[in-house]
Design a binder for this molecule. Structure first.
Ligand SMILES: [Zn+2]
Ligand SMILES: [Zn+2]
Length: 382
């Protein structure tokens, strides 16, 4: 996209056509809505329409465009047809029954062995990834009212791991999302999943059965995006606070120009000026900070998921190794203990079963001194 835009910009110095600010890194800022309108002015609606052009019309257009005769087109069609790629010896999976060649014998043996295997070749991550793809790729909505209007824009965002996690070298995107230009910033916020939203605060070694069901996300709803000098706060709920205040007050005492604030639920991506490839910030749960990068802006294509209800659409999730219980090394950890004289490390991770067997007698009385906290594994989202 960037190269193409650069070409246009040389002819027409329009401020809302993206050009590189730093070569191959990020573009200068441009207005997303205005950029879309420019494309809509220039493009023939057929280009972004969901309906196919009839093949006959396509042929006529091709003949005119290339300046060739219809005879040449027919010849091209037969030469470039997929059928011409076939070797004539298809179906080599069937090993002939007449086995004289050793290679064929080996192949037959291998084939017979494979048939005895009942294990699935794909692991659960792949099964999940495939299923996720199946539900969205090329999906048309059941109800036509949920069809994304033609000429809508898709923005691709990479959400990075919390900045806190950097010491684990998780600098790659852990989530890639497609969001529509008409959607609000709060829609993107709701689609970002982060383990710190799932934490349960409190120490529960005396009452392991009383771990509350509510999680941080239910308690601490404040969050903001920081895009181009403006803090977009989530103010949808009465308990939301302006958590950008601390930063803004700090900047006032230094030599910074005044930062603006706005409501994320009132702002759509079409209202924004953004840079492609530039690191922006998403902050929630007080100080859980994620770098957010806009990597692409494009029209919706007929092969995209066209069901508006499925957006923001998660298109990629990085897999994290789950941290297993330090006793059984089998189940994903659910508890973390500290100051635990019985544990080999401090802190120490346990699955629910090992935690209870290790720390309580059969009447549920606590054995020894330790502090216990509910643990949410970052691999939970795998
Ligand atoms: Zn987070
Ligand atoms: Zn265990």
């Amino acid at each position: 996209m960037a190269e193409f835009s650069t070409l246009i910009c040389e002819e027409n110095q329009h401020e809302n056509v993206p050009v590189y600010e730093f070569m191959d890194v990020n573009s200068k800022e441009f207005h997303i809505g205005a950029f879309r309108d420019l494309w809509l002015d220039v493009l023939n609606p057929e280009v972004y329409s969901y309906s196919d052009t009839a093949p006959e019309i396509e042929d006529v257009e091709f003949i005119e465009e290339m300046g060739i005769e219809s005879k040449t087109l027919e010849e091209l069609k037969s030469i470039c047809s997929v059928d011409s790629l076939r070797s004539g010896h298809e179906g080599t999976d069937n090993v002939p029954s007449d086995l004289h060649l050793s290679t064929l014998k080996l192949r037959k043996r291998r084939q017979d062995y494979k048939e005895t295997l009942t294990r699935y070749a794909v692991d659960r991550h792949e099964v999940y990834a495939n299923e996720m793809e199946m539900t969205s790729v090329g999906k048309k909505p059941d109800d036509l009212r949920d069809l994304i209007p033609e000429g809508e824009i898709i923005l691709t965002f990479n959400i990075m791991y919390p900045i806190l996690f950097r010491r684990f070298k998780f600098v790659r995107a852990y989530q890639t999302l497609h969001v529509l230009g008409s959607q609000k910033l709060s829609d993107l916020r709701d689609a970002i999943c982060c383990v710190s939203d799932l934490q349960v605060f409190g120490e529960f070694s005396n009452t392991p059965d009383m771990v509350p069901q509510f999680i941080s996300k239910d308690h601490y709803k404040s969050a903001f995006f920081f895009f181009n000098g403006t803090f977009f706060n989530d103010t949808r709920f009465p308990e939301c606070q302006d958590i950008s205040m601390t930063t803004r007050e700090w900047t006032r005492t230094r030599d910074f120009s005044e930062f603006k604030t706005a409501k994320m639920e009132d702002t759509s991506f079409y209202d924004l000026k953004m840079k492609v490839g530039f690191p922006y910030l998403y902050t929630h749960q007080g100080d859980c900070e994620h770098v957010v990068i806009l990597t692409d802006v494009r029209f919706v294509h007929q092969d995209d998921c066209l069901d508006i209800k499925l957006y923001p659409l998660i298109t990629h999730k990085h897999r994290v190794v789950t941290r297993k219980c330090s006793v059984c090394h089998l189940y994903i950890s659910r508890w973390i203990t500290t100051s635990d004289a019985l544990a080999p490390t401090d802190p120490c991770l346990f699955c629910d079963q090992c935690f209870r067997m290790f720390h309580y007698d059969d009447k549920g009385n606590k054995l020894g001194d330790f502090l216990a906290y509910a643990y949410v594994d970052p691999g939970t989202f795998n």
